[in-house]
Ligand binder design. Structure first.
Ligand code: B4P
Length: 190
């Protein structure tokens, strides 16, 4: 089973690359951002709570996203593998994911981190904000808050996978196809 964690700051291209990877490798795409936005669109209690935090650039509580991922793993028991996009975003989420996968007699194959500088991230997110309708992409202050949340709470997740010898970083600035080729090269080695 191929279980990939695609890692990087907001706007690094995780969602963009995931779309190409699911086509090539036939994996199930689990994006906690997409699942949360779907809850918001449906107006669920969870969605309403999450919206307040997301619109303010903050992370949603660990137990909420861990529960969502657990449900998705159960619902896709016969999958060839998964791409985890935007999850885990904290060390607690990473530890919980290890436990959930162990219960299913599988594990993370590797984490691939996309490295992109802050200036480029801000540019991409503001550009997407013109058409996405996402409140968290609409203003520079919220975008900087998201990048700060990433730096304080999410960067330690890379250490978690480095300790397991499962970490690779690649340059996330360049053409979408060029970055995709670099990711594919890493995956072929798993
Ligand atoms: P996410 O939905 O994960 O959003 P993201 O970080 O903005 O996305 P991504 O990196 O995938 O960017 P994309 O490819 O689209 O999270 C949103 C919010 O949800 C979080 O702030 C948090 O509140 C909450 N949340 C989600 N998961 C959580 C968790 N596990 N725990 C707690 N809270 C959680 O790329 C961005 C733009 O760049 C696009 O417009 C794209 O076209 C462009 N782009 C991509 N690659 C490019 C390239 N190579 N060159 C130029 N532009 C490129």
């Amino acid at each position: 089973m191929l279980n990939l964690v695609l890692f990087g700051p907001p706007g690094a291209g995780k969602g963009t690359q995931s779309q190409k990877l699911i086509e090539k490798y036939g994996l199930i795409h689990l994006s906690t951002g997409d699942i949360l936005r779907n809850e918001i669109a449906q107006g669920t209690t969870l969605g309403l709570e999450a919206k307040k935090l997301m619109d303010d650039g903050k992370l949603v509580p660990d137990e909420v996203v861990i529960g969502m991922i657990s449900n998705k793993l159960d619902a896709n028991a016969d999958a060839k593998g998964f791409i985890f996009d935007g999850f885990p975003r904290t060390v607690a989420q990473a530890a919980a994911l290890d436990t959930l996968l162990e219960e299913k007699s599988t594990a993370i194959s590797g984490m691939i981190a996309l490295v992109v500088d802050d200036e480029e991230l801000e540019k991409r997110l503001l550009e997407r904000g013109k058409t996405s309708g996402r409140p968290d992409d609409a203003n520079p202050e919220i975008i900087r808050k998201r990048i700060n949340e990433y730096n304080s709470k999410t960067t330690p997740v890379a250490e978690f996978y480095k300790e397991q010898d499962k970490f690779t970083s690649i340059n996330g600035v360049g053409t979408i196809d060029g970055i995709f080729d670099a990711i594919s090269e890493v995956i072929e080695k798993y």
